[in-house]
Design a protein around this ligand. Sequence first.
Ligand SMILES: O=C(O)c1ccccc1NCC(=O)[C@H](O)[C@H](O)COP(=O)(O)O
Length: 211
Amino acid sequence: MRVKICGITKPEQGDAIAQLGATALGFICVPQSPRYVTASQIKVIVKQLSVNVHCIGVFADSTVEEICQIVTATNLTGVQLHGIETIEFCQQLRQSLPNVEIIKALRVRTPEDLLQANAYKDCVNTLLLDAYHPQMLGGTGKTLNWKTLQEFNPNCPWFLAGGLTSDNILNALDQLQPSGIDLSSGVEKAPGDKDLNKVAQLFEKLRLLEI
Ligand SMILES: O=C(O)c1ccccc1NCC(=O)[C@H](O)[C@H](O)COP(=O)(O)O
């Protein structure tokens, strides 16, 4: 199973988290976020990685040009679209970045929001389900109602996000079978400052599942 730890801001933490077993690191390219990192900061973090890991830039309603500029400057392997990007936008981005993983985040407020998955699944590689918050785009620490996701089967890879921690991950994965999980505030001391003990505890729990 893929494990993405999002909101990396410090080179030593990025490398330590990759060594603990993360398969992807997420970099928040949204200036309003307390976890925001510039392209120069991402480059420094990526350069210090001693293990192979996917590097995903998280954007919210940026232009195709802005995203391409950052991807080219930093060698990101994927981009996560966390705003209200349309299907047409995803198609345009796919043409500009044919070899980069495109992840579309859906912020789920009601079960009907899950229907959007059908429309997006053909123009992106991967979907990500996150919690809805009226003021925050991501990193909210709010969990989804996992029961309402039990029938979710989009026919493409998908990440479960939203309020996951080492304490609730086994419960979540007992109910759902996502292709990957995504955590941010649940493994932090403060926004952008990851808690390596919490990350280690997460991987200990995941080892119990042997997936
Ligand atoms: O984390 C942020 O600050 C953020 C800001 C703006 C857009 C997206 C953002 N995060 C996206 C993520 O992929 C988070 O990992 C995801 O929302 C889960 O966060 P959490 O509930 O804290 O685990």
